[in-house]
Write a protein of this length. Sequence first.
Length: 82
Amino acid sequence: MSQAKVDRQKEYKKNRKQIMAKEKRQRTFGKAIAYLVAVAILGGLGYSVYNKLTPQKETDSSAYYNLIQTDQYGILDPQLPE
């Protein structure tokens, strides 16, 4: 083996604990991100299926007509005297 290769191996052995700890943190972080992405995808899929299966409520138009009726008195859009 060349001297450079021997030096690299010695350096690796000297810092093995730190290197292994860093690799473990990276794996754990990667797994956490993968789980979050999977939960987000499944949550979005479940939400879209739920929206498709539940009937949509019809809008209550009586509230709109009541609003127009009260506006005839100038409550919502008062006209200032000129």
